[in-house]
Ligand binder design. Sequence first.
Ligand code: 2P0
Length: 349
Amino acid sequence: MADNKVYRASTTAPVNIAVVKYWGKRDPKLNLPTNSSISVTLSQADLRTLTTASCSASFDGDSLTLNGQASDISGARTQACFRELRARRAALEAADSSLPKLSTLPLKIVSENNFPTAAGLASSAAGFAALVRAIANLYELTDSPSELSLIARQGSGSACRSLFGGYVAWRMGDKADGTDSKADLISEASHWPNMRALILVVNAAKKDVPSTSGMQQTVATSGLFQQRISQVVPANMILMEEAIRKKDFPQFAEVTMRESNSFHACAADTYPPIFYMNDASRAAIRAVEAINAQAGKTIAAYTYDAGPNCVIYFLEEDEATVVGAFHRFLSGVSGWKASAAEAKSSVEL
Ligand code: 2P0
C-alpha cells in the first residue's frame, strides 16, 4: 500500500548585494564565474524569501509555486538543484536503510518573497538559496552552508552567497568541475554591527537585458572586461576583505563605488552596449558625492546591479545625514518613482 505521508520543511534566505561584482561565466553550464565576488547580506526582517519544501508519493510530479503562481521547473538550473539534492539524500538512504526513501518522491516547493520580485533586488539569489536550503532541511542533509552553496550556485550564481549572513565571498575556484567554486564567510554581520543599507527603488519593472545573457555578451565582446577580470577584481578582492576585517568604512566605500563603476563601464563597453543605469541612477551617484563632499569624508557609498535601482551603504552614526539627504534628494529629482516616503528606510544588516 502506498504511503501518502507528506514530509515538509521551511526556511528563509536573505537578499545579498555585491560590493565586488560577479559578471561573467567561464562555464555557463556549471555556472562557474570569471571572477570571485563579495557581497553584504541584507536583514531578513526587510528582504527575504520564505520557502517550504515538501515531498509525498501523493504529489503529482515536481512543482514550484512562486508568489502564488505556478513556475516552470523544467529549466536546467532548477533541475540541477533537484538532481544534486536528491543524489545527496539517496547517498544517506543507501548508507542507512531505516531512513524513509524521500529521494524518489515528487517535490512541491512553495516560495514567497516579502519584496517585489521584479524590483531588481536579487530575487533569484534569495530564491535559489532558499530552495536549496529548504530541500536540504527536508532531506536532513548534513552539508555545510559552503557545500550547499555549490548547489545553489548552479541555480543562480549570486545565490551561492545567500547561504550565509554577513560578509560573504564567492571564490571562483579553478577546477573545471566547479567543486571549488563556492561561497565562504568573511565575517558575521555582528562583526560590523553599525553597517546600514538604504535601498532606493527607481523602477520596479523587469530589467531590459537579463543578467545571464548580458554577462555573456560582455564576456564575448568587451575588451575592458579582460582587464577587469585579470587586474581590477583581484586587487579589489584583497582591498575589500581588508576593509571588512579592519571595519574601514572609507576603504569599503571606495572599493564598493569603484566596483559598481567598473561593472557598469564593462556593460557600456559591451557591443552593442548595455545600459542598466538611467538618468535617475546617475543623479543619485552625484547625490552621494555631494553628501561625502559636504561631510569632508566618505560616509556613503552607492552600488548598482543589473538595473537602475540603488543601494547606499553607510554607518549607523551617519544615518540622519545620509538618509535625510536622500529624502530631500528624492523629493527634488524627477525620474524616481519612489517618493521620499516610499524609499525603504535604513535596513539593518
Ligand atoms: C552580483 N549580479 O555579483 C552581480 C552584480 C548582477 C550585477 O549576480 O546567470 O542573477 O543566474 O548566475 O546571479 C546577477 O547575476 O546570474 C548578479 P546567473 P545572477 O550580484
